[in-house]
Design a protein around this ligand. Sequence first.
Ligand code: TRP
Length: 454
Amino acid sequence: MSTPTPVKREAFGSTLGAFAATLGSAVGLGNIWKFPYLTGSNGGAAFVLTYLLAVALVALPVMVVEHAIGRHLRTDAVHAYARIVPRQPFWAAVGWAGLAASLLIMAFYTDVAGWVLAYVFKSLGAFASGATLTPATFQALSGGTWEPVLWQLAVLAVTAGVVAAGVSGGIEKVTKTLMPLLLVLLLACNVRALTLPGAAAGVAYLFAPDFSKLSGAMLLSALGLAFFKLSLGMGTMTTYGAYLPERTHLVPNAVRVALADTLVSLLAGLAIFPAVFALGDTPAGGAGLLFITLPRVFAQMPAGGLFTALFFLLAAAATLGAMVSLMEVPVAWLTRTARLRRPAAAALAALLMAALGIPATLSRGPLLSNVRVLDRDFFTLFDFLSSNVLLPLGGLAITVVGGWLVPRAVFRDELGKGHGEPAWHDGLVHALVRYVAPLLILLILLHGLGLLGG
Ligand code: TRP
């Protein structure tokens, strides 16, 4: 019995299709919201540099392993990790942790996606009345009670609807056409932001590192962002690997995805930080950075309100693809294990996500902002637990499996598919998977969680 999934399609039969689908999961709020906001609260260029290193040395090899394992076994993540090492079903824990991570991530991701959706309408309304969106607009929205929850539930309902329908080629086509448009708008934003007087300070902030900003917690945030950005460490990319065609070269595909995704993040940074400095905002503005700075940049252009609405609309479309890939993890498992039909599985997944998501959303408002667990509100806690604990742990386990437990021949075979003969980079990636990535993850994890003295 096969269950339809968003990516089990013929379009995946081409290398371009494989690239587009992988990139579709990677690009999302991580680029335009999380990357700028973490860069801002971690001091700028030193964080960006650490992040780039984490992508190249850790995330890239992990993506190759996930694709290789997925393609080798051609099954969903929970089953894949239960079977990948014979007589060691313990590794199924990677799939279970991934399930937990998908719920935790969606809890705060849908909150932010709700803000994005709300901003489409708010910027249109402001445009119609000749007003502009202010920081107070964002504070009122994100710090509210009913309003953010309703937007969040709307986002969850839309995502569940798409997942329930088994995702027609339609939605993917829409996302694929809208994504280049988002890029164009981002470029327009770059031009405007970079030509504001005082913009140079923002560019320097992004690219001239101040290494006194390095700390264990910052390294862990950069590593966690690398996993989060490329949808790694929890089985999404393993599942996608199961749909990759035999002739796709895994290493070049992963390199292209990482490069394209990083480009989008850097463009977002170049739209936001020059403006932050030119307009006298603070880079450490936290989770609201995107929502406060971007409307101010657009306000400097003619018909800025319309552009703001369009930007957030396109951002919402890009985000939908990422959310669908996140919700697919529990849905794929529920349809197999509980034999639920897709609509029932999607409804159940959405309910679970709402159960975690509503407290996350309310934790930014008067109702639950005082509730602290591990010194964090729910929103921050879920973000921290998923990105800074579960994803790196999952990534560590995946490198151990791929580098040490899967026979070298299997690894070589998967990476070599489509080449004819071994490529020079396949051995390099294996060395990264076996030695460099696990060591770095372990060190950063222990150090960042304060288990290694700071
Ligand atoms: N990569 C997406 C983003 O940057 C989010 C995402 C989608 C994700 N699927 C994931 C993160 C799986 C971690 C794991 O917005």
